[in-house]
Design a binder for this molecule. Structure first.
Ligand code: AMP
Ligand code: MG
Length: 515
């Protein structure tokens, strides 16, 4: 018999291990001494499936999604599902914000997959005690962005939460997309996300801030036992070992972001996964033009705290906040302090290794300097970050440099390349040629490090505009392309850079948190 979502067995070990608020009550409130609150999602009026991940269906051993499954994935309550939302806090834009919590995320519980256990979570299925004054809903625009990008990141090889499904609720939701006092109705939608766990730094920070030390200790132990089984929780050093894992995973995550040109846009500590996964896709953007100061988030414009080039320092700052919370358990955990102090050194070592692969450089003293020079060239000549490395892949001898015309170089850049620029770029390419490692293994790693297809904002913008008119061609094309991002076949199907209109179109180059 064919299996569908209702055949899965949903468990909620988290709710069995911790105190929570078991009465269903949507009143916005502080939930002291409760790590979760039980929820009833809102029945959708007319649930409709827009997209799903066939890979995740197989992972869950599901053959297909019948209408009942689609309803459940859009919020229709089911008596066999132990719904709950998590209580957490966080530092937002550098300031402690107190209790935040899952304002529009509802966990369905855990299921066994083929390879691992998964939590399923609905985003946009209605209010929870953590919704504050908001409605707990999400719109099609932001849901398409989360659904496609989290899957795209997975196939790019970046640790991330996943997305099982994208559905419409059948209701319209009022949103002020540009925060300019002109709200409008948009189609309501729900994404069902999947991850081993949705715990964030903020879950730990809130317990530390509230002085709920026993709860904090239990949460650390629970996290170790469930998600870091290689650590023995009774080991004297278990807290340090746990922190060290989170520390390294977070660095690896941000190195991947720097590699593929991902800018998260809202790296608050409530948006930092305790498993080192990319989480909470909001006003993110892939880089088109290389620019270390680029931030896609209009709210972030004044300080550019979350700009592309600042992401590694923000991860450091966020890790320091997590360390502060753990110090409530072991006051002077010197090992944690020492590890934190070595962040910069560890980050740069890993960053250089990554850039080394992206460039296929030979081992030599000049490579550090050359990586810096590459970043300067990228910035000065306003190259498209992704396409620039595809150009470098074509450099294998002097003639491949000589025959490059100015017009061809312009296809990779957002600047009006002058003849002087052309000379400087060719001088750089000549230096590159002398440092490039042409061994098969190194060239293979280079290809695996440089995607040919990325989900540019303007592509998402087109897919969303079409879906709003009931057309799904671009959406389907993107969902297919993102599954194979390193294949050269995309070089023919997609332009080398974002079109000019993309930089002027509202909701395309700059995004707000409105979702
Ligand atoms: P984010 O910027 O998406 O990470 O959200 C920050 C906080 O605001 C989290 O606690 C969210 O749950 C909450 N939030 C964002 N949008 C909504 C919404 N539409 N309804 C309820 N809570 C929301
Ligand atoms: Mg968030």
């Amino acid at each position: 018999m064919k299996k569908t979502l209702t055949d899965l067995s949903f468990k909620a070990p988290f709710t069995e291990n911790f105190q929570g608020e078991d009465d269903i009550n949507f009143m916005p409130r502080q939930t002291h001494n409760a790590l979760y609150a039980r929820i009833q999602p809102e029945q959708p009026s007319n649930a409709k499936l827009i997209g799903y991940s066939s890979e995740l269906l197989s992972e869950l051993k599901i053959d297909s999604l019948d209408q009942r499954s689609i309803d459940i994935l859009t919020g229709s309550p089911d008596e066999n599902i132990p719904y709950y939302s998590l209580c957490y806090g966080g530092h937002q834009f550098g300031h402690w914000a107190g209790q935040l919590g899952d304002g529009r995320a509802i966990i369905l519980g855990e299921v066994e997959g083929v390879n691992q256990r998964w939590e399923l979570q609905l985003k946009g299925a209605g209010r929870t005690p953590y919704s504050r004054r908001a409605d707990g809903k999400a719109v099609l625009r932001s849901s398409v962005r989360e659904f496609l990008m989290s899957e795209a990141m997975h196939y790019l090889g970046v640790p991330t939460t996943r997305a099982l499904s994208l559905t419409l609720t059948g209701e319209d939701v009022l949103r002020d997309m540009f925060y300019d006092g002109n709200p409008d109705y948009e189609q309501g939608a729900v994404v069902c996300r999947m991850a081993e766990s949705f715990l964030r730094f903020g879950n730990f920070e809130l317990l530390a801030a509230r002085g709920e030390i026993d709860n904090l200790r239990s949460l650390v132990t629970y996290t170790i036992e469930n998600y870091y089984p290689e650590i023995d929780p009774s080991d004297q050093d278990s807290h340090f070992k746990f922190y060290s894992e989170v520390f390294h995973r977070s660095i690896d995550m941000v190195i991947h972001w720097m590699r593929v040109g991902f800018t998260h846009g809202v790296m608050n500590t409530d948006n930092m996964s305790i498993l080192g996964l990319t989480i909470d896709y909001g006003p993110y953007s892939m880089l088109d033009k290389f620019d270390l100061n680029f931030t896609p988030n209009t709210t972030d414009l004044p300080g550019r705290r979350y700009a592309y080039g600042r992401q590694p320092s923000v991860v450091y700052w966020n890790l320091a906040m997590l360390a502060e919370s753990l110090f409530k358990l072991d006051k002077n955990n010197d090992k944690i302090k020492t590890l934190l102090q070595s962040y910069q050194e560890i980050f740069y070592r890993k960053y250089e290794l990554m850039m080394h692969k992206k460039l296929s450089l030979t081992e030599c003293d000049k490579s550090t300097e050359f990586i810096q020079r590459t970043l300067q060239v990228l910035e000065k000549f306003e190259f498209d970050y992704t396409s620039f490395f595809k150009l470098l892949e074509t450099i294998h001898n002097q003639s491949s440099i000589d025959k490059l015309t100015r017009e061809e170089i312009k296809e990779f850049s957002y600047k009006d390349i002058s003849s002087d620029d052309e000379l400087l770029i060719k001088a750089y390419l000549k230096e590159y040629l002398s440092l490039k490692d042409f061994s098969d293994s190194s060239l293979k790693l280079m290809k695996k490090s440089n995607p040919s297809f990325i989900l540019r904002n303007y592509l998402l913008h087109e897919a969303i505009s079409e879906l709003n008119q009931g057309k799904r061609e671009t959406f389907d094309q993107l969902l297919e392309a993102l599954k194979d991002p390193y294949s050269d076949k995309h070089l023919k199907s997609f332009p080398k850079k974002a079109p000019k209109w993309a930089f002027k179109t509202a909701g395309c180059s700059q995004l707000s948190c409105s979702s």
